[in-house]
Design a protein around this ligand. Structure first.
Ligand code: ADP
Ligand code: MG
Length: 380
């Protein structure tokens, strides 16, 4: 059964009627620019073909109900405040709340979700869910919510209602990405630019390798990194680390003194520059040449930001040894996925090389697939 069919089946099973329509929103991989979003910096994600589909229709009784192929029993709620709906239903109640809080009259609705975005693997199944639900509610209610406002509404659902302190990257990618393009996003101004990302035309591919490493201490470490970045910005007298240019790196290091803060700040400052350099190369059609920037980004996350684990380092090393032009962990860290830029005809060989390296270390086997840049959220 396809994902849209699964969503329709879950809807009719739960509510005994047909949905009014189907809306989809994708997961994403971030090509480069990690942990830069909450430092007012730059990111460059693209949307995955994997997506979350919301089958939705009007509700007869003024409430909202949601079920998922992963949780078939509907969660039902009325108008709520953050914290009232808990568990996975909070992502949906959060979207309803955030839309209402932004002044919109949200139509009561029944929703069923199905998805092929892996949960908790750093591909942002949470933003895919929020964006699919948000788009469905906006269309069902005929609400006039401009595209550029939508990511911040979905982000508020996750930050304030669910209580997860994420940046604007995930929701922006799921809502604003376009097929065949990477999304260059300035996380301070929310200015976006679609950057042509033509892999196939150059005989290239991005292999995504899910490290399948157990996610541990993710939230605590994420919060600690945010705090370090804020402390470094304050010590340097800037609003955010985005305001420190690579040309001023040495001076910034001298002023920071503290060795951990130095390394955390150095990652953000150099990573922002790597995003800008990647965008320049892609604009010039030099896709292959971004490889060294990807690998440098990984080294920076491993040595300076210290957010990698053995499984992702092993995958990067094995992919590079198998001939990848570049490879890096993508996503918040401590597990999740690795992406490798390879010749299109090297996908199987690279995946096998990584799997072999995992077997040698007795890691749980990785899962690999070739990713293409898919469309952003919309009605099916
Ligand atoms: P990621 O966004 O990297 O996949 P998160 O921890 O941010 O990981 O979000 C995963 C959570 O989102 C799940 O634990 C679940 O609560 C919720 N979620 C995502 N997709 C679905 C779905 N299709 N059905 C039910 N819950 C989902
Ligand atoms: Mg998430």
């Amino acid at each position: 059964m396809s994902i849209p069919e699964a969503a329709v089946a879950a809807f009719t099973e739960a509510y005994g009627t047909e949905p009014a329509g189907l809306w989809a929103a994708p997961g994403r991989v971030n090509l480069i620019g990690e942990h830069t979003d909450y430092n007012d910096g730059f990111v460059l994600p693209f949307a995955l073909p994997q997506r979350t589909v919301a089958a939705a229709g009007p509700s007869p009784d003024g409430t909202w109900s949601v079920c998922s192929t992963l949780a078939p029993e509907p969660v039902t709620f009325g108008v709520t405040e953050p914290g009232e709906v808990t568990g996975w239903g909070a992502y949906v109640a959060g979207v309803v709340w955030a839309l209402q809080d932004a002044g919109f009259e949200v139509p009561p609705a029944r929703i069923a979700l199905a998805s092929d975005v892996p949960l908790g693997s750093g591909l942002s199944s949470s933003a895919a869910l929020e964006s699919a639900v948000l788009t469905a509610l906006i269309d069902l209610g005929g609400l006039d919510v401009p595209l550029e406002r939508r990511p911040a509404i979905a982000q508020r659902a996750e930050n304030v209602y669910v209580g997860a302190p994420t940046g604007i990257l995930d929701q922006s990618a799921s809502i604003r990405c376009q097929e065949g393009q990477a999304l260059f996003l300035d996380c301070r101004s929310y200015q976006i630019e679609q950057i042509p990302f033509d892999l196939a035309g150059q005989g290239l591919a991005i292999l995504v390798i899910n490290s399948n490493a157990p996610h541990q201490h993710v939230d605590g470490e994420y919060g600690a990194r945010r705090k370090s970045c804020e402390a470094a910005a304050e010590a340097l007298g800037v609003k955010a680390l985005r305001d420190v240019a690579v040309a001023d790196l040495d001076r910034a290091m001298d002023r920071l003194g503290d060795e951990v803060l130095q390394r955390r700040a150095r990652h953000i400052i150099t990573e922002n520059q790597r995003v800008l350099d990647t965008v320049e190369l892609l604009r010039a059609g030099r896709v292959r040449d971004i490889g060294p920037l990807l690998t440098a980004s990984h080294a920076s996350m491993r040595d300076d930001f210290e957010i990698t684990v053995d499984q992702v380092d092993t995958a990067v090393e094995a992919a590079l040894a198998a001939g990848a032009y570049g490879a890096r962990m993508t996503g918040g860290g401590f597990g999740g996925c690795v992406l490798a830029l390879i010749d299109a005809d090297r996908a199987d060989a690279t995946a096998t090389a990584v799997a072999d390296a995992y077997a040698k270390k007795n890691f749980t086997a990785p899962t690999s697939w070739v990713a293409t840049a898919g469309p952003g959220a919309g009605r099916l």
